[in-house]
Design a protein around this ligand. Structure first.
Ligand code: DX5
Ligand code: ZN
Length: 234
């Protein structure tokens, strides 16, 4: 299956998305794991770890290319890499729809320009210990601002409550400048934490273990989405 024409990761005001993270899926049966959650969403979060920016190693462009052949979902690839610049084109060719790079690795403006040139959605990620205003000077360049709510590297960690205030600050800045930037949150997101982040202004909810640990992945994804949506429409 091909992704056809690429879309950008824009959501309409009031729209919410759950983005299941395949990091917690069974890698031995990825296609069926992805199919199981597809009725709940049109986004899939793909965690790429280089063993350097984070201690863990996960997957690279060949696996993204394989996933692409099995799904039309929007492939939102989170690059936990020290040198993402070397991999933008390979991930683009593999069929990624958007790539998100960490602000901590530097060279943000050039990385964003290259992602834009490749026709990709442009994402920027801020770690829990990194001040949120480090992303503010780049907001004009991006489509997606990913605020990490755990330290990147592993699934199944506990949500860091202090990150809620960072989402609220980002929401305020994005609205003040009337920008069309989607705020995404990632780490420890479940039916309890998604509403907190939705109230603060997040609209895209990455969830790994909360979706793929329960036997019924689809119900789990739908419950997270409903919990977030209830907060946004309240
Ligand atoms: C963590 C990754 C996350 C991870 C989230 O480094 O960026 O996307 O899959 O997993 P949970 O939802 O289990 O915290
Ligand atoms: Zn992630």
């Amino acid at each position: 299956m091909s992704n056809g024409q690429r879309r950008l990761p824009h959501l309409d005001p009031g729209e919410v998305r759950v983005a299941p993270s395949i990091l917690s899926a069974d890698f031995g049966m990825l296609a069926s794991e992805i199919a199981s959650i597809t009725p709940a969403t049109d986004w899939l979060h793909v965690d790429v770890m280089d063993g350097h920016f984070v201690p863990n190693v996960s997957i690279g462009p060949p696996v993204v290319a394989s996933i692409r052949r099995h799904t039309a979902l929007f492939l939102d690839c989170h690059l936990m890499m020290t040198d993402p610049g070397d991999y933008l084109e390979p991930f683009s060719s593999a069929g990624a729809d958007s790539l998100s790079v960490h602000v901590e690795v530097g060279g943000t403006a050039a990385l964003c320009a290259e992602m834009r040139r490749l026709g990709l959605g442009v994402g920027l990620v801020v770690n829990p210990e990194t001040p949120i205003d480090s992303a503010f000077s780049h907001l004009d360049l991006i489509d997606l601002l990913l605020v990490m709510s755990v330290h990147p590297g592993f699934g199944g960690q506990s949500f860091i409550p202090e990150t809620v205030a960072k989402v609220a600050a980002a929401r305020q800045e994005i609205d003040r400048r009337q920008l069309e930037v989607t705020i995404q949150v990632d780490g420890g997101i479940d039916v309890h934490t998604a509403p907190l982040m939705a109230a603060a202004g997040a609209r895209c909810f990455v969830a790994g273990s909360a979706v793929f640990r329960p036997v019924d992945h689809l119900a789990a994804a739908e419950e997270i989405l409903a919990a977030a949506a209830a907060e946004v429409s309240a």
